[in-house]
Design a protein around this ligand. Structure first.
Ligand SMILES: C/C=C/C(=O)SCCNC(=O)CCNC(=O)[C@H](O)C(C)(C)COP(=O)(O)OP(=O)(O)OC[C@H]1O[C@@H](n2cnc3c(N)ncnc32)[C@H](O)[C@@H]1OP(=O)(O)O
Length: 257
């Protein structure tokens, strides 16, 4: 059994978490995610990555709690390292990553969705960071990424009070961007990935860098960087192709260079 199943459809890679019964994370599945994202990042034909869970019930229930039952600190450090490396690789993916949340997204299962650029959830899904409920804490980016998305109030309700949110609530607090019917998350994510494929991949990479690096930068630094990278795009073939395709009233033929 492969813990992460990969499928390439056009310019999109679909990664399916497949670790029954709850698509939980282990050191091996996290290492595999990192490896796959690193390979996809090097593949210039891939513009979008869609992440989903196998089955109808779970996107992912987070870390396999059996791994933490014996209180082994070394094992905790290993898991924390694997979480960090895998999810940082995911957030550093140069294209657009979309979480298609098809069921429970709990703990590290929500944190992997938070490491994606965009989250689409099915109506029946439930999201939580319940690590404190089991004596742990969200060490896979959750305290930072959830707070950045929903603000301190809801982040504290979810992390400190263990509150679960359904898809409608998640939409209303900005945790996800779209709610779809049960069974429709993957199709909705693929439709969005198709829109990504119409964009210049060179522009997308640089825009994503600007949005992400801007979080930790003063405006006085971020705005000059935006102008500098705008000019830098004129070193790419995609820049000339995009403008000329518009003027010639044809579809652009992107090269990702
Ligand atoms: C840095 C990151 C840290 C973390 O991620 S810590 C982990 C955070 N996650 C959680 O705390 C979620 C734990 N799971 C649950 O609370 C529940 O599940 C749900 C609410 C998601 C669903 O509840 P229900 O519908 O009653 O299903 P079920 O019988 O609990 O789960 C089906 C099978 O899946 C196993 N399972 C679920 N989550 C985990 C997990 N995180 N680690 C290990 N096993 C898990 C169960 O034990 C059970 O298995 P069996 O059928 O053999 O009894």
């Amino acid at each position: 059994m492969t813990a992460i199943v990969e499928q390439i459809i056009g310019h999109t890679a679909v990664l399916t978490m497949n670790n029954p019964p709850a698509n939980t994370w282990t050191a091996d599945s996290l290492a595999l995610l990192k490896q796959k994202v690193t390979e996809l990042n090097a593949n210039k034909e891939i513009y979008a990555l869609v992440l989903t869970g196998e089955g109808e019930k779970f996107f992912s229930a987070g870390a396999d709690l059996k791994l933490f039952a014996d209180g082994d600190k070394g094992n905790a450090a290993t898991m924390a390292k694997h979480f960090g490396e895998a999810f940082e690789a995911l957030s550093g993916f140069r294209g657009v990553s979309i979480a298609a949340i098809n069921g429970y997204a709990m703990g590290g299962g929500l944190e992997v969705a938070l490491a994606c650029d965009i989250r689409i959830s099915e109506a029946q899904a439930v999201m939580a960071l319940p690590e404190a409920t089991v004596g742990l804490l969200p060490c896979a980016g959750g305290t930072q990424n959830l707070t950045a998305l929903v603000g301190e109030g809801w982040a504290k309700r979810m992390i400190l009070c263990g509150e679960r949110v359904d898809a409608d609530k998640a939409l209303s607090i900005g945790l996800i961007e779209e709610v779809v019917d049960k069974g429709a998350a993957l199709d909705a994510a693929m439709a969005l990935a198709e829109k990504v494929a119409n964009q210049s991949p060179s522009s997308v990479t640089v825009c994503k860098q600007l949005i992400q690096s801007g979080r930790a930068m003063p405006r006085t630094q971020a705005l000059p960087l935006e102008r500098e990278l705008f000019v830098g795009l004129f070193d790419t073939e995609d820049q000339a192709e995009g403008v000329n395709a518009f003027l010639e009233k044809r579809k652009a033929n992107w090269k990702n260079r």
